[in-house]
Write a protein that binds this ligand. Structure first.
Ligand SMILES: *Cc1c(COP(=O)(O)O)cnc(C)c1O
Length: 496
């Protein structure tokens, strides 16, 4: 098997093994790690067809983590995709209204982040062991709501690791917030910030690249890593479920071998859809990757114009995990589009920082045609929830609703009837207020927690165990800070 190395999108010379890249999280030059080349899958789709999720995860991930032994990787996979998930299938596919909803929310925190964050702690621990790292690892994470909880869940009480999560105090749903501030675990710290997700993400990136602070950390026997999708160890596990969805369709004879499908992904930081893009370029027959945005439609504009412009009003929407104006993982796409021209990337990223805007070259624009951009307004998002529910009794969350709305508009505009997978990124139980309000305005008078019960009744189901009684659990994290205090808070926690 071909060995895969990881390099920075901004061109620092060193080639790293996957273990090194995962442990480090982000490159020292501020760039993101990317595989030097995308591996091709050695088995045919027919051969992969009957594998269960874990077997498939092994086949896909081993082609990226070539420095992990078979035993190491299999052990990580075993520990990740176990009965933490409420279905053996791990990622079920539900056919509704002509589309295929890939339910990625059956993990412990009810959002797709669990797909990667249930395995990342194991990959990281294994990487640290392989590399003889004896420093205590500090996971520093910015969250728009779902990453934070999924990371806390994955890293709580893991020996040798501390986890610190920053979330926008006024930018997440009640259930999301409560999930985080009730987190137990001696090694877990959760802090609200007076700012939005971009502020949190920028703050974290700044701390990561502050060489004085990093040195101070080293002297105290600590090192940073990241649980955000800037960590390549987050991205690789996400490639698996695109293959899994395709193979499920093949198994269920919804498609023929080799038939292409479209994929719609509700997008924020561009991690999930980038994993789909990688899957396509590894040989999975995907036709269009449809990038669905909410009213923060910076990616929609980018895909249509080749101009990335974050200078616009930041809108708080009902799909908060997509309320992002700086999509970090786009840098990885630019790397591929530019044919690995790291100087070009460096220039564009400097422009983004300085001017808030950059434009890609015309050659790069041509290669953007794997993608199609779409966006849904708040009204359209609510309409999508109601429409699907009225027709099929199937309840989708606000993020998935953005994707469904974009999908419907795409089919009409392009007259493209290719079979389509919609990435269902969260359970409706995480966004009770918005979802129930979409069904009937009358529900708005109830509290978010009362709505959990009402939602369960509506779909003749039970409130998922993981969030049952969440309003009765003790609040363990009460710190809120200004966005320029993040570093101080980290120093306080670590006692440095
Ligand atoms: C994080 C998240 C997204 C956006 O995914 P990206 O990988 O950041 O593009 C969409 N929906 C939900 C529910 C999420 O938690």
């Amino acid at each position: 098997m071909e060995e895969i190395f990881y390099i920075s999108t901004r061109g620092s010379e060193k080639k790293l093994s996957s273990a090194e890249a995962i442990l480090q999280g982000i490159a020292e030059d501020g760039g993101l790690f990317v595989p030097g080349a995308l591996p091709k899958i050695s088995q045919s789709l027919e051969e992969l067809k009957d594998m269960n999720y874990k077997e498939l995860a092994y086949c896909i991930m081993k082609s990226f983590l070539t420095d992990f032994s078979e035993e190491e990787l299999r052990e990580c996979i075993e520990q990740a995709y176990d009965d933490k998930f409420d279905t053996k299938v791990i990622a079920p596919l539900a056919k509704k209204e002509g589309a295929y909803f890939l339910e990625l929310y059956h993990g412990p925190t009810l959002a797709f982040k669990d797909m990667a964050l249930s395995i990342l702690p194991h990959l990281l621990k294994t990487a640290a062991k392989k590399l003889n790292n004896h420093k205590e690892i500090v996971i520093l994470t910015a969250t728009s709501g779902d990453t934070g909880k999924a990371a806390l869940e994955g890293f709580a009480n893991v020996e040798g690791i501390k986890i610190i999560v920053f979330f926008p105090e006024h930018g997440v749903s009640e259930v999301q917030k409560r999930q985080m501030i009730t987190q137990t675990g001696d090694n877990s710290y959760v802090i609200g910030i007076e700012g939005n997700f971009d502020d949190a993400q920028n703050g974290v990136k700044e701390i990561f690249t502050d060489s004085n602070f990093i040195n101070q950390l080293k002297n105290n026997n600590y090192m940073f890593s990241s649980a955000n999708s800037i960590n390549i160890g987050r991205l690789i596990p996400q490639i698996v479920y695109y293959f899994y969805a395709y193979l499920t369709m093949l198994r269920q004879v919804e498609i023929k071998t080799g038939e292409t499908i479209n994929v719609v992904v509700p997008t924020g930081n561009f991690g999930n859809i980038l994993a789909g893009y990688y899957a396509k370029h590894m040989g999975l027959p995907i036709n269009k990757l449809i990038c669905a945005s909410n009213e923060n439609k910076v990616l929609y504009d980018f895909i249509n114009s080749g101009i990335y412009d974050k200078q616009r009003e930041f809108v708080l929407t009902s799909s908060p995990s997509m309320d992002i104006l700086i999509s970090s993982n786009l840098e990885r796409l630019l790397y591929t589009l530019s044919g690995g021209n790291t100087n070009e990337i460096k220039e564009m990223m400097a422009l983004l920082k300085k001017e808030g805007c950059y434009e890609i070259t015309s050659q790069m624009k041509e290669k953007l045609n794997d993608f199609k951009g779409g966006f849904a307004s708040e009204t359209e998002t609510f309409e999508a929830i109601k429409e699907i529910f009225d027709k099929t009794d199937y309840l989708i969350d606000t993020h998935t609703a953005v994707a469904h709305s974009v999908y419907k508009k795409y089919v009409v505009q392009e007259n493209d009837h290719t079979k389509t997978v919609i990435a269902s990124t969260a359970s409706p139980f995480k966004f009770t207020r918005s979802v129930m309000k979409a069904i009937d305005e009358q529900y708005d008078k109830f509290s978010d927690f009362e709505l959990l019960e009402l939602m369960a009744r509506l779909i003749h189901d039970e409130v998922p165990n993981r969030i049952k009684d969440i309003d009765k659990r003790p609040i363990l994290h009460k710190t809120v800070c200004e966005k320029d205090e993040m570093k101080t808070k980290v120093a306080e926690i670590l006692g440095i």
